[in-house]
Design a protein around this ligand. Sequence first.
Ligand SMILES: *[C@@H]1O[C@H](CO)[C@@H](O)[C@H](O)[C@H]1NC(C)=O
Ligand SMILES: *[C@@H]1O[C@H](CO)[C@@H](O)[C@H](O)[C@H]1NC(C)=O
Length: 509
Amino acid sequence: MHHPTLCAVAVAVLAALPGAQAGLYSKKSPVLQVDGTSYDRLIAKSNYTSIVEFYAPWCGHCKNLQPAYEKAAKNLAGIAKVAAVNCDEDENKPFCGQMGVQGFPTLKIVRPKKGGGKPMVQDYNGARTASGIVDAVVQAINNYVVKVEDKNLDKFLDEKKESPKALLFTDKGTTSSLLKAIAIDFSDVITVGQVRNTQTKAVEKFGITKFPTLVLLPGGDAPAVTYDGELKKEALVTFLSQAGSPNPDPAPAKGKAEKKKTEKKPEKKAEKKAEKKSAKEEEPSSSAADSETETATQKAPVIVETALPIPTINTPEKLIKECLTEKSHTCVLAFVSSSENDSAKKALESLAQLSFKYAQGKRHLFPFFEVPKSTDGAGSLLKALDLNNEVEIIAINARRGWWRHYEGTDFAHASVESWVDAIRMGEGSKKKLPEGIIAIAVEEASSAATPEPEPTPATPEATESSSVADEPTPVTPEASSSSEASESTETKPTDPTPEAETAAEHDEL
Ligand SMILES: *[C@@H]1O[C@H](CO)[C@@H](O)[C@H](O)[C@H]1NC(C)=O
Ligand SMILES: *[C@@H]1O[C@H](CO)[C@@H](O)[C@H](O)[C@H]1NC(C)=O
């Protein structure tokens, strides 16, 4: 610290040093550790803006930066990537050289190019404080959020009508980092827009009464769904995932590292044993760490909340195609005469929740459909099965020729779930489908038109092909900047959206 030049050792000299020291960031650190090999995949090809610290464990300024850097990483969890490369490791030395690193620490902001290609790499020479770093990184986050106003609302809604959209209604004029992050997660999957509370036509159209409110438009004619869960990234992403899978590379979430430590992962048995052992040996410190972890888990977003309605079958062709061909697997069908009826509402909501729960756990479950009784063919099917209540839920497997009836009169989530569980487990008895039941439906359908075309799923194309890094720009060694440096950064804000938030608010909509 007293001799800043000590840290400004040329990389070439480093090579001559004996064995490398352990890195500054432990496995538990919120700072993502990258090396020459993983940089390309985790940083250069990411859709997320990153900041990367090139450091050496023996460098005093690097040690001084560590707490602020970890704080920045926590603050930017789920929003941007905060990474570090230990340039003291032999295998990283050529990479640090390639990146033009001449002194430690060197901080670089890596901003992906919209539409793919090599990212922009820019040195961060601002204050070595958490807020200085966070502000600069947040400025460099790409903004894919569309500003929607009354006058372009229809255009926004009509464009790519079949594909899902999300609209955030907000009383803010700026776009939050969190919403930008969500738009990045779902880039090319869900179009994300933002509407200000002053846009009365839009606000009225969606019946918005509080701000912020997120509305999901699943696409096509599917009705809009208003989210009423927690306004935290994980919960929001889970909700939106019902309409399309997020891109494969999210910014690391809060508490990810801690979770890894305690989660019961079978493949990490050996590690766990070792941990247990050391827990015994160092009772006080490790129990402190455990209680920290528990708080983190407790704070983790609770599971949702707003499930998308199950899809509707309202033509006989669709009924046959989805559930009644001789190759059809199990389908759950909820026959309702009016979705306004309380029992019907409850039944449909329970099925939606259940379907959501499975989707979220990425578990496979047979499809659920709502079938209005007015659908051609529905009446004769119900009659053949001797079903005549207001709401009837059945499971049907045309391939194996069986069906099962939900006997309950209460359509609460738990009752419906245990019925579905029994089917999944193959428990309980199946009824044989009456002879010719498929023929009945087919006959009803035969007069109708050709089957509807399947909506083609959006296939996100991988357009990126960036190589390791941009030409490394020479770095001014360490000496000039100190941690007391002014708050202004030299990283140019290229985003037109003004960002007024303080460092503490980036996880809010
Ligand atoms: C980046 O976004 C594109 C869509 O814009 C997507 O196809 C791609 O998978 C994303 N990349 C990663 C690494 O998530
Ligand atoms: C729903 O259906 C049940 C059973 O037919 C009926 O008793 C009830 O009045 C209906 N409720 C509404 C709101 O239509």
